[in-house]
Design a protein around this ligand. Structure first.
Ligand code: ZN
Length: 237
């Protein structure tokens, strides 16, 4: 948070409190207090379960296709349903002896974030196009099913994920960034180099063995297979 800007700080504070107030409305006796936060009992913090998990929640900051923090992203820790977190632990255990760690860009996503995406799509702002959807339009990213009005992320069973080298902390070269909403982001795309495609497949194969399914149009997106019940949650992160 910026210093010396009390008005800005206050505005952020009010926003966060309003969000927390909304969250309280969604809590039930089955929610539990954990580390000062309230989560539904079937959820956990993924970094409590997955060793060496690196976190960079893109929608909590400005480095995303909207270009600002997204509604509902208050905290900075990745939240998942427990079964998804346990599966991710299995994938991490397989990758670690090979010299790789997992970095997570998105996990549980509040339903209100999907509404925020849709509201952004109706604005004329196209300032992120070059970096995130260079070959299509805002309407195109919905029509091409890169984004929808509901998401598996809101069920708590989906992750946006990549690999980093345990030896030096550098990200593995996948041939494109998170949320590059473009044909080159297809897991099997021939627009990237064979080495980059092999890296995508290394991640995919480990995730599949752990019980996840890849979305073929996005090499970074995975959903736990057999992950019912499908229910969109809307508590804040
Ligand atoms: Zn995703």
């Amino acid at each position: 948070m910026e210093t010396g800007g009390s008005k800005t700080a206050c505005a952020l504070c009010v926003g966060a409190l309003a969000c927390l107030a909304n969250c309280v409305q969604h809590t039930t006796p089955e929610h539990v207090e954990r580390g000062g936060s309230t989560l539904p009992v079937e959820f956990c913090y993924a970094d409590d379960v997955v060793p060496l998990l690196r976190t960079d929640l893109k929608y909590a900051g400005n480095d995303n296709f909207v270009g600002r923090p997204i509604a509902g992203y208050v905290g900075k820790r990745p939240i998942l349903r427990r079964d998804a977190a346990m599966a991710l632990q299995q994938a991490a255990a397989e990758l670690r002896p090979l010299g790789y760690g997992l970095i997570i860009w998105d996990a549980y996503r509040p339903a209100r974030a999907m509404s925020d995406f849709r509201a952004w799509s109706r604005t004329p702002d196209d300032s992120t196009r070059t970096s995130f959807y260079p070959r299509t339009t805002k309407q195109g990213i919905y029509a091409s099913h890169y984004i929808g009005d509901i998401s598996e992320h809101s069920w708590g069973v989906a992750v946006d994920i990549s690999l980093y080298h345990l030896a030096n902390g550098q990200l593995v070269d996948m041939g494109g960034r998170h949320d590059l909403l473009d044909p080159s982001s297809a897991t099997d795309s021939t627009e990237v180099s064979p080495a980059q495609r092999a890296n995508r497949h290394l991640l995919r194969d480990a995730m599949q063995r752990a019980g996840f399914e890849n979305y073929p149009k996005e090499w970074w997106h995975y959903r736990l297979s057999n992950s019912r019940p499908w229910y969109s949650y809307d508590f804040c992160t």
